[in-house]
Design a protein around this ligand. Structure first.
Ligand SMILES: *Cc1c(COP(=O)(O)O)cnc(C)c1O
Length: 508
């Protein structure tokens, strides 16, 4: 890996420890000496004898360090973030304003119910809004992310099967184009995954699906289907699949992470869904990235509603709100899947978004997301890039690397080239079923000028790629304008360096 270097105003930032100059200090305090006699015995002789080794820096140095780092954050407030399957949409500032209100930001989950009626009402109204958007019977707001919602939904399915004394049903059918979290959640929940292939239109192959149902008759616990799927295509046979699964005694789980293409335009209840998670950090504009916090509410059909986790806000006949928990929940509940009531700050933001947009606004948002994706796909394929499926697409679309045939350039080189052009690259090499995939999701946040600039730069790179026949090609060494160049991403993920170790001979 190349070392970080400063270029122009793009400044490399060493660690605070590496910048430390012994003796520098941002504050002035009276010298403190550890009085051993005073503490004698009380620490069992375990008191620290040497210095802690904190970096020593002046206040301006510390300020520059953190401000420079903060300015390196590429984010949706900086530019297009077309990461497919992630719905990186703008996070309206009104959400932040509401979440920071004193009465919402400074409350504690252990406060008496009578003192937190406002937040309980917000949670209740968010639940009702999400039920209205999906048409489903019940909801839990507590799961902390999409994958956590999947696990919660599958746990409800497992519990329902065990109440029916059908513990032998242990197979979950998952299309091969599914998000990686689907099979992972199923396995974590103790199920076996049987995968089903896509046809040439990019949707579930119904013949293969029916053959699987026949082969595993009496063993199918359910199916997990992403819709629109991870190729950005609507699974038109979804109701048929749900009916066939139900006929066989299984439950139908829909991965609702792509709700940004559906809200206001379709009710998932009409698809025959029994459980579905919603990523509020995608569809409902709460911030995400960098590992959280997220929000993965799960909606349930009548069939699975009895297993809904607690705690859950209910409305009393007198109009007040109550957080139902172990003390008064039905015995069928799954119980808790998260501490306290979940990521409540995100629930506030999601409801602020829903209220600001209104039903019409949400419907328009998903239509604009679909329009933006189809426009961008059209521009890119007109410009010579290749899409493996004809479309039309929903809110995202996939490109294959077919257009790079005969060149030495790969999808990764294209993504790195986009960095030099000042764009965040799309998701690459996912879904796995498309060669050298680029999964592009512009979202409704992008104005036409931004879509055009992105398309122009990507087409420009594709044109340049046609002149590249070997590894001496300039495109193989992009990015050239970033402080770090090609990183060993796999190494960084597998062997993260989480601790700074003082190099030998350095005096700190
Ligand atoms: C994002 C996503 C998930 C996982 O959601 P997290 O909140 O990241 O756990 C699952 N399925 C699909 C289709 C997604 O896009």
């Amino acid at each position: 890996m190349s070392l970080a270097v400063s270029r122009g105003l793009n400044v490399a930032v060493p660690l605070l420890f590496e910048s430390s100059l012994p003796g520098l200090c941002g504050t002035r305090s009276a010298p403190h000496r550890f009085d051993e006699a005073a503490y004698d015995g009380r620490l069992g002789g375990l008191h620290r004898c040497d210095t802690i080794g904190l970096p020593e820096l002046s206040e301006p140095q510390v300020m520059r360090h953190f401000v420079t780092l903060s300015a390196k954050n590429y984010c949706i407030d900086t530019g297009i973030y077309p990461l497919g399957s992630c719905s990186m949409k703008y996070n309206p500032r009104v959400n932040e304003k509401v979440a920071r209100l004193d009465g919402l930001a400074n409350i504690h989950p252990n406060q008496p119910e009578g003192t937190v009626q406002g937040i309980l009402q917000i949670m209740y109204e968010l639940g009702e809004a999400l039920k209205a958007i999906t048409g489903m019977a019940d909801i839990t707001l507590t799961p902390a992310a999409g994958a956590h919602g999947e696990l919660t939904g599958l746990m409800a399915i497992k519990k329902a099967l065990s109440e029916r004394e059908e513990r032998g049903r242990n197979i979950i059918i998952v299309p091969e184009s599914a998000h990686g979290t689907n099979p992972a959640s199923a396995v974590m929940c103790g199920f076996k995954v049987v995968s089903v292939q896509a046809n040439k239109e990019g949707t579930v192959d119904m013949d293969v699906f029916k053959a699987i149902l026949e082969k595993y008759e009496g063993k199918v616990a359910g199916m997990m289907l992403t819709n629109p799927n991870t190729l950005g295509i609507f699974e038109g046979e979804i109701k048929n699949m749900a009916d066939l699964i139900h006929e066989q005694g299984g439950y139908f789980y829909m991965d609702g992470a792509n709700l940004n293409a559906l809200m206001g335009n379709a009710l998932v209840d009409d698809f025959g869904v029994d459980a579905m998670h919603i990523n509020i950090h995608k569809t409902f504009s709460t911030p995400h990235g960098g590992g959280g916090p997220g929000g993965g509410p799960v909606v349930f059909s009548e069939l699975l509603a009895p297993y809904c986790p607690i705690p859950k806000v209910v409305k009393n006949p007198d109009g007040s709100y109550h957080l139902m928990d172990e003390a008064d929940a039905p015995d069928t509940t799954l119980g808790r899947v998260k501490g306290f009531a979940g990521q409540v700050g995100l629930m506030v933001r999601a409801l602020a978004y829903i209220k600001a947009m209104g039903a019409e606004g949400l419907t328009q948002a998903s239509r604009d997301a679909i329009l933006n994706a189809n426009y961008l796909q059209h521009e890119l394929t007109e410009g010579g890039l290749t899409a493996p499926f004809e479309g039309p697409n929903m809110h995202e679309f996939v490109l294959s690397d077919h257009y790079l045939k005969g060149t030495s350039v790969t999808t990764m080189d294209m993504a790195k080239g986009l960095l030099d052009a000042g764009h965040h690259p799309p998701t690459v090499y996912f879904p796995l079923v498309v060669s050298g995939a680029m999964l592009i999701e512009p979202t409704e946040s992008e104005p036409l000028t931004s879509l055009d600039r992105f398309a122009g730069d990507l087409i420009g790179l594709a044109d340049k790629a046609h002149g590249c026949q070997d590894d001496t090609c300039e495109m193989k060494s992009s990015p050239t304008l970033t402080p770090v160049r090609r990183c060993d991403e796999v190494g960084a993920a597998k062997n993260p360096v989480l601790r700074w170790v003082k190099p030998r001979g350095v005096d700190l």
